[in-house]
Design a protein around this ligand. Sequence first.
Ligand code: LLP
Length: 400
Amino acid sequence: MDYRKLAQKYDTPLYVYDFGEVAKNYAAIKKAFKARKSLIAYAVKANSNLSLLKLLANLGSGADCVSIGEIKRALLAGIPAYKIIFSGVGKRDEEIAEALEKDILYINIESEAEGHRVERIAKELGKVARISVRVNPNIDPKTHPYISTGLSENKFGVDIDTAKRLYLLAKKSPYLSPVGIHFHIGSQLTELGPIKEASAIVADLVRALQKIDIDIKFFDVGGGLGIRYKDEKTIEPYDYAQGILSTLSGLDVTIVCEPGRFIVGNAGVFLTRVLYEKHTGSKRFIIVDGAMNDLLRPSLYNAYHEVEVVGKEGEGEPADVVGPVCESGDFLAKDRPLPPTQPRDLILVKSAGAYGFVMSSNYNTRPRPAEVAIEEGKDRLIREREHFEDLIEKEIRFMV
Ligand code: LLP
């Protein structure tokens, strides 16, 4: 890819996504589950750009959404309501009502209180809410604690006993229809063991529910499939699918899988320009025009993203690649042996397609970057760069 041309045309900082790669990743996960009926419900939170969602819609993808905003994005992009799931640990009444009115596939329930709330809202609307219960199987996913969700110390899901109570409530209620079961133990998973263990626990629960005439149709295994940022040994989609399917013997269920990072993570890069280099007594800094407000993962999780100086080979004194934001925690990479740089050199930050733009902010009154898609060798703007005027639009009229 000619990053220099892209930077010239669209300026920096810039997100660039390879749509061919996205399609390839979607196909890989869909194929992995081909032994069963399956719905790949892309986790919109990973990257919610409308053009990207439209691409996935055209490929047949569903959507896993965690707000009514994400549901609206998915619908707008052409993902049909019957392929949309509403997850999340807290949902406002209005969001639940709107999801019911839009007749999405099901709502994931994450607490007893929420089960009762959804029932009440469905009753008020004269609807039957299709639900699934998010079970917390209390399994250590062995990933970063901030993105680990399957332990009882995490805020997500309910334990097995509570799940059973919720299914009994749903069975009795004329306003609830229990169609699914859900678990998601964490993100950036690189070990199959915990996934299999969790799946086996939840599959047993499905069997127990069958015995009391509760028939679960959708077995929702969440997302979490890890990708290679550096040298991680990742799980192959086929092994991932086989690991899960091996726990489902005797069960006639449709698999729902909610990958986010796997679909878009390595299909995107973040492009930023060198402003200048700075050497303090003990350290070399490469100061660039992209910052933590654009790509938060390094600052928030100490996440590793590979960086490259475009068109320059070789190594130099280890450097921190830092942005202009007024925080010591504002860095994109630390201690990398990068070659010497000149102002306007381009730095490529890799694996930035997932949880990149979506986690960006306007901190320090920095307009957010543009987003560009590469499709069959051609580049196409899919989100305009923000401008100062966009940032003050909602407040300027209140200034008296
Ligand atoms: N399903 C549920 C219920 C989830 O909570 C998540 C992610 C996914 C699916 C998608 O997971 P994925 O396939 O992308 O791993 N901002 C963090 C990641 C947070 C993930 C939260 N939940 C990061 O940048 O690493």
